[in-house]
Design a protein around this ligand. Structure first.
Ligand code: SAM
Length: 182
């Protein structure tokens, strides 16, 4: 399952319940996909779910998700919009999925742990988000995330920084793209 406004499910052709925050976002996304002649694979379900208010898995089960099957939960770019209680609740729900389930997500570091480029990016993204009514409300340190994962009964496989996401040789570039710490 994938959380948020993206087209990964359509691109990968995978079957997945895809929660969005607002119902109108799902309707708009479907319109855009149709206009671009991108078909939505059978089995992809767009499920409105405000994770700050509703438990993730309960909402998905209502929409047909089989909680006995192991699942992969991708919720990149989402935790910064939720408070800590909602993040912990969602991690707990993922921790309660069938054995072998996995998740990938990201979070923003507290201001003191950002580098200059990360702080600049955060300042831009925070102002855009806030002006759209979606402010960043939570930043987390790596050890806090590790504790939340343990509390949720999840094993941490890795917590890489952006600079670690790809082979270090790929950061030796002549353009201005650089890893930042955020
Ligand atoms: C920056 S986008 C990330 C989209 C996508 N997951 C990605 O990685 O490209 C932020 C997403 O957070 C989701 N979001 C924000 N607040 C949320 C909430 N309260 N409940 C559920 N999703 C939320 C929205 O669906 C929005 O698409």
């Amino acid at each position: 399952m994938k959380v948020g406004l993206h087209t990964y499910a359509a691109a990968a052709g995978s079957a997945a319940p895809t929660p969005h925050w607002r119902p109108e976002t799902s309707a708009w996304k479907l319109e855009l996909l149709k206009a671009a002649s991108i078909s939505v694979p059978a089995g992809v379900h767009l499920v409105p779910a405000d994770l700050s208010a509703v438990p993730l898995v309960d909402r998905l089960v209502e929409a047909g998700f089989d909680r006995r099957q192991r699942a992969f939960v991708s919720w990149t770019g989402v935790t910064m919009y939720l408070d800590r209680a909602a993040i912990a609740r969602t991690l707990g729900a993922i921790g309660g999925l069938a054995a072998g389930s996995e998740t990938v997500f990201d979070y923003v570091l507290p201001p003191a742990r950002r580098d200059v480029a990360g702080a600049e990016y955060a300042s831009f993204a925070e102002s855009v988000g806030a002006s759209n009514g979606e402010p960043w409300i939570t930043s987390l340190a790596t050890n806090q995330v590790a504790a939340m994962l343990e509390e949720a009964g999840l094993e941490t496989v890795a917590q890489p920084l952006l600079e670690d996401w790809v082979d270090k040789a790929l950061w030796q570039r002549t353009d201005s793209i650089r890893p930042y710490r955020l």
